[in-house]
Design a protein around this ligand. Structure first.
Ligand SMILES: NC(=O)c1ccc[n+]([C@@H]2O[C@H](COP(=O)([O-])OP(=O)(O)OC[C@H]3O[C@@H](n4cnc5c(N)ncnc54)[C@H](O)[C@@H]3O)[C@@H](O)[C@H]2O)c1
Length: 366
């Protein structure tokens, strides 16, 4: 027998230096998700934190890292590899610009931007500086939502989408989320961004959207919407509805697609496929999974920075999301359907999938 010559694997360091991360904005999202995720990461560690509110210095103490009330000073002193941006929406642009100017990569909370102009600006700056910017959308790191994509072909040709993300907040118009100047928009831009991401992930850019919004869930009328309903349609494909509300108890999330051969439904932690008689044909649970989705997200971003993974939340991907939301807001004012594609310019480098029923029109159903 001739021994097969197996080439020796390229020398790989057993462990690589972990990347230095700084978190900007120490509110609920940072405390509940991003700081714990960094503590559990094998590829990154928390080096410093920043918040404009000095009372948040206690958080720095509990993690034993330096606290800054200025992002520019933190970037100057800390030699960070990346910044995690979890501040109010309207503050994102200036923070991201500072990081890009300092050649520091950015893992930023949704929304990618509060307007297409801001989105284009970040995309341009990041490209010019060769800096990775990734928007955090944790459903992409939850196997339930990945399985949804894998199972979509099982239900044949999709014809209807029913999506909702609702919660209940005592005072939906209080705090920075209640003001246009700090939030950039209401529940549609905030929670709705997650549903728009699922829509674009599974089906690509919708061909037309029409939205109705209201800010009247409490006695005091709000400045930005607390409730929104969006009608959407794909040419030759499904049409459907998205409902988002900050005042619609109990807290719920669902994304349902009706197809010629059945129904696929994802709720928090559970995926089910039904046949056309309504019987469950497949079921998948994922309990207690959100914390690990945030860890996976950090690990993935480290791989993006190292050039080992594609940036699935890049500015080019997010232009489609911002165009869709901006179209909804325009429609809420004009009362007309708006085509998100009409918001995009020829110079925009947009990455989004083409719905399979357009690339493979012969595949009607099983
Ligand atoms: N992915 C998700 O599921 C999810 C959930 C909740 C919030 N978020 C996002 O996280 C971000 C923050 O939301 P939150 O609920 O944590 O808000 P929050 O109000 O709890 O916290 C915001 C923090 O940012 C600080 N801050 C304000 N301006 C700043 C600036 N210029 N520089 C540094 N810090 C500043 C505030 O002092 C506050 O501590 C938003 O983008 C929001 O959409 C995402």
């Amino acid at each position: 027998l001739t021994r097969l010559e197996v080439p020796a694997p390229a020398a790989q360091p057993i462990s690589r230096p972990r990347l230095r991360a700084g978190v900007v904005g120490l509110g609920r999202q940072a405390v509940e998700d991003h700081l714990p995720a960094l503590s559990l990461s094998h590829n990154a560690y928390l080096a410093a934190v920043c918040d404009t509110d000095p009372s948040k210095a206690a958080i720095a103490e509990s993690y034993n890292v330096p606290f800054y009330d200025s992002v520019d000073l933190m970037l100057l002193e800390q030699e960070l590899d990346f910044a995690v941006v979890t501040a109010p929406h309207a503050a994102h642009l200036a923070i991201v610009e500072s990081a890009i100017n300092a050649r520091v990569h950015v893992l930023k909370e949704k929304p990618f931007a509060i307007s297409l102009d801001d989105a284009r600006r970040i995309a341009r700056l990041a490209l010019a500086a060769d800096v990775r910017v990734m928007t955090t959308l944790q459903r992409r790191f939850n196997p339930i939502y990945n399985a949804f994509e894998q199972l979509l072909p099982m239900i044949g040709r999709p014809y209807f989408i029913d999506a909702a993300y609702t919660t209940v907040v005592d005072e939906p118009h209080a705090g920075w989320r209640g003001r246009r100047v700090t939030a950039g928009g209401g529940c549609l831009l905030d929670m709705g961004y997650h549903l728009v991401d699922l829509l674009i992930w599974y089906f690509g850019l919708p061909d037309a959207v029409s939205a109705v919004t209201s800010a009247s869930a409490t006695e005091t009328i709000g400045e930005v919407e607390d409730t929104a309903s969006v009608q959407l349609m794909y040419r030759d494909g499904p049409h459907g509805m998205i409902v988002v509300s900050r005042r619609f108890p109990p807290k719920r999330e669902r994304f349902i697609v009706l197809g010629t051969d059945g129904v696929l439904q994802v709720e928090r932690g559970r995926l089910r496929r039904f046949n056309n008689s309504g019987a469950v044909t497949e079921e998948l649970y994922r309990r207690f999974g959100w914390p690990s989705a945030f860890v996976s997200q950090v690990e993935y971003f480290c791989a993006v920075i190292r050039g080992e993974r594609p940036n699935i939340g890049s500015p080019n991907h997010q232009l489609a999301h911002v165009a869709t939301i901006e179209s909804c807001y325009e429609s809420a004012v004009t009362g007309r359907f708006v085509a998100p594609a009409s918001k995009l310019e020829v110079d925009d480098c947009v990455q989004t999938c083409t719905p399979w029923w357009r690339t493979d029109p012969g595949r009607q159903s099983k």
